[in-house]
Design a binder for this molecule. Structure first.
Ligand code: NIG
Ligand code: FE
Length: 402
């Protein structure tokens, strides 16, 4: 992973096209007088707020359609690429989280509760909720995101999840193989047949990827291989949830299938690390899960030192990790997983793009999409150095201010 690829992107001045789509209100930061907000009257706080609305100045530079933004010394980075989310679902599982914080261990069985709530939600409910998550992602600097199905687990409900996800992203993943739903508990073979047949047929038109949760308590190695092969036969590219709750075959299966990514990678043997290092499969680490389940963090340092490409993603879902904050993942990766700040930011941008086999996002480069995040900080290091602080000052997607 080459953090230098976009290091030049921290330059303070950047040109962004399509000025007509940009907001033009606000006062440039240069008009501020040092010390003028010291008196904490209500009026002076309100005035300071309005000055802080726009912390950079802009002007046309004479070329048609080009606006120059003086970032005033702030760092600009590529928009985050969150290559793993589950943001179409009904209900939440705050009670489960609360019990976990009192010692009840995480078990993927809670997925069935979200399946029940998702089936009960109308399309409009799901649309409204996903719209809120999309705004949440954008506000935190994420400009490209993947969404998985996996809380429908019937032909009808998986297909509507896939359709609703496809309304907000091109990166939809069919995850009918999340767990075996309760009604198939006594006949898992019939469920795998359904996933590989009718359910896949219904979801493939809205999906780019197929995923399987290859783990004890979810799907076996043989089932996982069969499901990925069925998806590939319908033109869906493979990705895998694996090695989350214990050692297992997820990584080996992902590498053998040339999966774009194997996600979680918390429990890895030396053979798993070697296999990843010799492959084009990205190891996507999801440290919010370990934070929210009190499990051990994956060892990012071991992977990077072995030459594995590492991505960071949120895994935003109601069970194992209910946050959509990529800056939070960066802070965790640096503090808990041995990554440097530059590595962590690379993994959350270019690394995420590689996990989606994309080269048009996650970088600031000629020909790439103008997905840009201006930080309210002088360097990207501050994303880890100032955890929990809202440092996302402005976001552009495809050259348009969000
Ligand atoms: O990526 N591991 C499987 N699926 C999700 C968790 C889903 C849930 O608990 O609802 C994950 O962690
Ligand atoms: Fe997940």
């Amino acid at each position: 992973a080459d953090a230098a690829e976009w290091a030049a992107s921290a330059a303070p001045t950047s040109a962004v096209g399509s000025p007509a789509t940009h907001r033009t209100t606000g006062t440039p930061a240069t008009s501020r007088t040092p010390g003028e907000t010291r008196s904490l009257s209500r009026e002076s706080l309100a005035a300071a707020d309005s000055r802080d609305e726009e912390q950079f100045s802009r002007h046309e530079d004479g070329r048609a359609g080009v606006e120059v933004i003086d970032a005033g010394g702030r760092a600009m980075i590529p928009g985050f690429v969150d290559s793993h989310t589950h943001i179409v679902f009904g209900g939440d599982r705050a009670d489960e989280f609360e019990a976990r914080m009192s010692g009840t261990p995480y078990a993927a069985g809670g997925i069935r509760r979200t399946v029940a709530a998702t089936r009960a939600a109308t399309d409009d409910d799901l649309r409204t909720r996903v719209g809120r998550f999309v705004r949440e992602l954008h506000a935190q600097g994420t400009t490209t995101f993947e969404i998985k199905t996996g809380y429908g687990l019937s032909v009808h409900d998986e297909a509507r999840m896939a359709r609703i996800a496809a309304e907000v992203t091109d990166e939809v993943t069919f995850l009918g193989a999340h767990v075996v739903p309760a009604e198939y508990a006594d006949d898992r073979d019939a469920y795998v047949d359904l996933v590989c047949g009718e359910m896949l047929d219904a979801c493939a038109p809205s999906s780019r990827w197929i995923d399987v949760f290859c783990e004890n308590g979810a799907f076996t190695a043989d089932e996982s291989r069969r499901i990925l092969a069925a998806g590939a036969a319908r033109g869906l590219r493979p990705r895998v949830h694996g090695n989350q709750l214990g050692h297992g075959d997820g990584v080996a299966i992902a590498v053998a299938a040339d999966a774009a990514s194997v996600d979680h990678c918390t429990y890895l043997s030396d053979a798993d690390v070697d296999a990843l290092a010799g492959s084009d499969t990205v190891a996507t680490l999801l440290p919010g899960v370990e934070f929210s389940t009190r499990q051990p963090y994956p060892d990012a340092r071991r992977l990077i030192d072995a030459g594995v490409t590492v991505a960071l993603a949120s895994d935003c879902n109601p069970g194992s990790c209910f946050t959509s904050s990529v800056p939070f993942m960066i802070a965790l990766a640096v503090r808990e997983m041995g990554m440097t700040p530059s590595e962590a930011v690379w993994s959350a941008t270019a690394g995420g793009a590689r996990a989606l086999r994309r080269n048009d996002v996650g970088v600031i480069a000629p020909g790439a999409r103008a997905d840009l995040v201006l930080l309210d900080a002088p360097t990207r290091v501050h994303l880890a150095y100032r955890p929990g602080v809202p440092l996302i000052d402005a976001v552009w997607k495809d050259g348009c201010r969000l």
